[in-house]
Design a binder for this molecule. Structure first.
Ligand SMILES: Nc1ccn([C@@H]2O[C@H](COP(=O)(O)O)[C@@H](O)[C@H]2O)c(=O)n1
Ligand SMILES: C[C@@]1(CO)OP(=O)(O)OP(=O)(O)OC[C@H]1O
Length: 137
């Protein structure tokens, strides 16, 4: 999805910070590296990649290893773009990519009162907590 903004920043992929934080959290939950170890910055295929596709792929990676994601809670800090009108669509996209129910996927945003690079929109922060289970053998 596209959300128009007056200011931004450059990244190797599509710069979807929420998906990147989610991937870091999912990889961390199983002590299996992080976003960069699974999707390397020097991988030409990852250039301009759609990060939601990484999420879909990693959900399968977890399922193949017997893990179940119980719920996901995301938090974005950005002061220059109102995200609330887009939050439901973001949740739906993540739930679909993770093959989870919408009720198990939360996304929140705060403006941090326009302070610092995230407040000014030259950066965007994202944190994700995940609750996962190991399926019984
Ligand atoms: N980029 C953002 C930041 C916040 N919101 C919503 O506004 C509410 C108030 O947040 P503050 O950080 O400005 O106090 C918050 O509960 C968010 O729902 C937003 O839509 N987009
Ligand atoms: C996702 C990757 C790969 O396209 O690129 P970026 O969008 O730059 O993201 P970053 O968090 O800097 O590092 C991970 C990279 O490997």
């Amino acid at each position: 999805m596209d959300i128009p903004a007056d200011v931004g920043f450059d990244t190797h992929s599509d710069g979807d910070v929420l998906c990147h934080a989610l991937l870091d959290a999912l990889a961390g939950a199983i002590a299996d590296g992080d976003l960069g170890t699974h999707y390397r910055e020097d991988d030409l295929d990852a250039e301009d990649a759609v990060s939601l596709g990484f999420v879909e792929e990693f959900a399968q990676y977890l399922a193949d290893r017997g893990y179940i994601v119980g719920n996901v809670d995301g938090f974005i800090t950005l002061g220059t773009v109102r995200l609330r009108p887009h939050i439901e669509a973001v949740r739906e996209n993540l739930a679909k990519a993770l093959r989870m129910d919408l009720a198990e996927v939360s996304v929140k945003a705060r403006s941090i009162d326009g302070i610092g690079p995230e407040g000014e929109g030259t950066a965007c922060g994202a944190w994700v907590s995940v609750l996962g289970y190991r399926a019984a053998d």
